[in-house]
Ligand binder design. Structure first.
Ligand code: AMP
Length: 597
């Protein structure tokens, strides 16, 4: 067997190492994580720290810690660490040696060869410095490949398709975007543009500023210790990550500092809307770079067949939103954007070694899951019902996403949550796979916040929760087989299942209403009247089931009335007599309400 070759992503903020196992790239773990922060330090005893330990030390002892050394590669500058000078190659070599050791420990064999990735914009001098770092670390650098090329390899495997793609890489401290051509097994960067000082750190800084302003407003002039500053910075990054999947994040730090001898606790909520306003200029700058890269390749957005998202900060929903809304491109982020480049380096390493290689294995959802909401249409000056996606097609699973919705009316007591499978923004063009009511909401003016959460687990079960934010009151359903392409039979089964759920639910007055859209008949227009009738029929059935569950425990007088009303409803359904149906349902509802209370 050939000597193993490892693939390394030597990043500004984080680094990773991967190899090919059973034809697929696999990231190698150091303790619990496959990510090694690109930090190097020396502790108070003079011992070397690499990765998480060095990053933790950075906030408090920056003079003993080095970060973002990649920015200095090839510059000839020296860096100081604990009073001693080092070349950027030497610091990078420490990171590379750690990655080599992680690989040796995991693979239980010596490792001497590596493929290392570098940014597409790296000059020859910067590439040479990276090669030297590898050699200092005891690694023969068999090939250096561009990071966007590696990302393309992770997605495209053998790269035989003729395609033009875009790789948008937004990391912790750097950003670049590349137009990449793939043809006859050759992957080539056609044009690239970026900013060496743009990334997630800038987003963190904005949140830190926001928190400091808040603290100043509450407590006046501040004088914070390095520890307190470090805690705020860490909490800000955590809030940023939370806001990628949730509409709100709470920053809580107890005993942050003392003011006039009194301990001060930090407890502030940041909404995604506020956060997006803070970072919009950065995302807009990155989109300008997208246009410059396109221009450099003499192409337009419509020539790009795929957009691949790379780098931890590309998980920011605003990035995806800009691609969709401004360029009409839906980006791919199936492969973990933190790990994509290392996985591609491993694919390249495997290819050099003559191994059989294939793309990264990921479980993804083939459908988008959305909920219906009213949206104001500026053209018609009226409200439209639209599907708002929570989990998007091609998201790796498991996945959990939340968004906030608002009540329309003052003192609105209930909200209907509809769950759709499908890609359209028009509810009728998607498949309704579940719906429920959250009831008993507080008396609040219009705009009461309801947070919907969709969680798709690895077994394809969709857990849907709606929570009234101000009280925490919640309602939840589970939808089995959410990823199956539902046909009529499946839909009927799903409907019965959901119907049962509504009837056994005791904590709120679910009315059991839901509509089934038969995919084959999706385009046949049902008249509004027919639709209303079928909705009424479903409501009636649910009410009858509920009455039946109460029958046994009811007094004989009430039992008789229940039986009579159930019969009256069935008759009205048969005769399609809407008025009688309404009256009987109203009466039955009243008895049920009386029996339940
Ligand atoms: P990288 O340099 O590619 O490792 O990316 C690191 C950056 O990604 C850091 O600024 C992280 O805070 C950021 N990051 C990681 N996960 C997320 C997330 N879910 N949403 C937004 N930013 C993230």
């Amino acid at each position: 067997m050939n000597e193993i070759i490892i693939g390394i992503d030597l990043g500004t903020t984080n680094s990773e190492v991967a190899v090919i196992q059973d034809a697929h790239p696999v990231l190698l773990k150091n303790q619990d994580s496959v990510i090694l922060p690109s930090y190097v330090g020396v502790d108070e005893d003079g011992d070397l720290l690499v990765g998480v330990a060095a990053r933790n030390q950075y906030a408090v002892y920056p003079e003993r810690t080095v970060k973002s050394v990649k920015r200095l590669m090839g510059s000839g500058e020296q860096v100081k660490m604990a009073g001693k000078e080092y070349s950027p190659q030497e610091i990078s070599a420490i990171i590379l040696k750690s990655l080599k050791e992680i690989a040796e420990k995991q693979l239980k064999q010596k490792v001497g060869k590596a493929v290392i990735t570098v940014p597409a914009y790296f000059s020859d001098v910067q590439r040479q410095a990276t090669r030297e770092a590898g050699e200092i670390a005891g690694l023969e650098v068999v090939k250096m490949i561009n990071e966007p090329t590696a990302a393309a390899l992770a997605y495209e495997g053998d790269a035989h398709l003729g395609k033009t793609i875009m790789v948008y890489d937004l990391g912790g401290g750097t950003f670049d975007v590349s137009v990449v051509g793939i043809e006859n097994g050759v992957i080539e960067v056609i044009a690239s543009h970026g900013n060496n000082h743009l990334g997630g750190d800038d987003f963190d800084r904005k949140i830190v500023e926001h928190i400091l302003e808040y603290l100043q407003e509450e407590h006046g002039e501040l004088s914070l210790s390095p520890e307190a500053k470090a805690r705020i910075e860490r909490a800000a990054e955590q809030a940023k990550i939370t806001l990628s999947n949730n509409p709100f994040a709470t920053v809580k730090e107890e005993y942050l500092f003392e003011k006039n001898g009194v301990p001060v606790h930090l407890d502030v909520e940041i909404s995604r809307d506020e956060y997006e306003d803070m970072i919009r200029p950065f995302i807009e700058e990155s989109m300008e770079a997208v246009h410059i890269a396109l221009k450099g390749a003499s192409l337009t957005a419509s020539d790009i067949e795929e957009v691949l998202l790379v780098g931890g900060s590309s998980r920011t929903p605003l990035v995806q939103q800009y691609f969709e809304e401004e360029l009409g491109l839906i980006p791919h982020c199936e492969i973990d954007p933190d790990l994509c480049v290392a996985a591609g380096a491993a694919v390249q390493a495997g290819m050099i070694n003559g191994e059989e290689v294939s793309t990264v294995l990921v479980d993804i959802t083939p459908y988008t899951f959305s909920t219906a909401s009213l949206q104001f249409n500026m053209q018609t000056m009226s409200y439209d019902v639209v599907c708002v996606p929570l989990i998007k097609k091609n998201s790796p699973i498991p996945v959990k996403k939340s968004d906030v919705f608002y009540t329309m009316h003052d003192n609105q007591k209930k909200v209907k949550v509809e769950v759709y499978q499908g890609e359209s923004t028009v509810p009728n063009e998607n498949i309704l796979i579940g719906e429920f009511m959250i009831t008993g909401l507080s008396n609040k003016p219009a705009g009461n916040e309801i947070i919907d959460t969709f969680e798709l687990d690895k077994d394809g079960i969709l857990h849907v929760t709606a929570i009234e934010k101000c009280t925490g009151k919640s309602k939840k359903i589970e939808i089995d087989n959410a990823m199956a392409k539902l046909d009529k039979e499946d839909m009927d089964k799903a409907r019965d299942k959901i119907g049962e759920l509504f009837n056994t639910s005791s904590d709120c007055d679910i009315d059991g209403e839901y509509t089934v859209v038969d995919e084959e008949n999706e385009n046949e227009e049902e008249t509004a009247e027919q639709q209303k009738q079928s909705e009424e029929a479903v409501k009636a059935e649910a009410l009858i089931k509920k009455a039946e569950t109460l029958m046994d425990d009811a007094e004989s007088e009430d039992q008789e009335e229940l039986v009579e009303l159930v019969e009256a409803i069935r008759d009205a359904l048969k005769a399609a007599d809407g008025t009688r149906l309404d009256e009987s349902m109203h009466e039955l509802n009243e008895i049920i309400f009386y029996l339940e209370s």
